[in-house]
Ligand binder design. Structure first.
Ligand SMILES: Nc1ncnc2c1ncn2[C@@H]1O[C@H](COP(=O)(O)OP(=O)(O)O)[C@@H](O)[C@H]1O
Ligand SMILES: [Mg+2]
Length: 173
């Protein structure tokens, strides 16, 4: 991956906070951005995409593109293409290389790619990377409270300065 110079460690304490994170993220994004969403199954890549698309004015249901591979939406910002490379895996993700590279090069759409790590061809196109990791309450592993279940650590990297609205989620590593 081309090194994205503006990096930050963030904490999203709950699902409610994910909504406000996505409001800040939506203001930061622009047409032509390629947003890589990585993290284990169930980390929250699709949930973040759903929140983001809602903020961007998409009213239709936003489903996981795991099986259809790719969905397109009209948003208040620009066309949004939501992709999931999970089912293709690292061996076959290249089959979308031409299509996704063309979309990125045209610069008119926002590309959201779950499991972007599977697409070698994407690595030089990515402008923002979000790696999500669930946080388990280590103090009480047997009985985490519901907020513990909703906490997510996010490694955010971008090709441009992160705004204060995103940096307010910052924590020291
Ligand atoms: N802070 C949070 N961010 C994202 N998802 C969360 C959060 N807290 C709880 N969840 C839940 O975790 C699950 C994440 O699933 P999903 O978004 O499909 O993951 P992925 O796309 O990474 O496989 C959802 O059930 C969602 O409601
Ligand atoms: Mg998903």
């Amino acid at each position: 991956m081309a090194v994205l110079p503006y990096q930050s460690s963030l904490l999203i304490p709950s699902l409610a906070d994910l909504a406000s994170f996505c409001e800040a993220l939506a203001l930061f994004l622009k047409p032509g951005d390629v947003l890589a969403l990585d993290g284990p199954l169930g980390a929250g890549k699709t949930t973040l995409s759903q929140n983001l698309l809602r903020v961007l004015g998409v009213q239709e249901p936003v489903n996981s593109p795991t099986f259809v591979l790719m969905n397109e939406y009209t948003s208040t910002c620009c066309p949004v293409v939501h992709v999931d490379l999970y089912r293709l895996g690292p061996e076959r993700a290249d089959s979308l290389s031409h299509e996704l590279t063309t979309i990125a090069d045209e610069g008119r759409s926002l590309l959201l790619v779950e499991w972007a790590c599977y697409g070698d061809f994407l690595q030089e196109l990515v402008t923002i990377q979000i790696a999500i990791q669930p946080v388990w309450d280590e103090a009480e592993p047997e009985a985490p409270d519901s907020r513990g279940h909703e906490q997510r650590r996010v490694a955010l990297a971008a090709n441009r300065l992160l705004p204060e609205a995103l940096r307010r989620f910052e924590v020291s590593c």
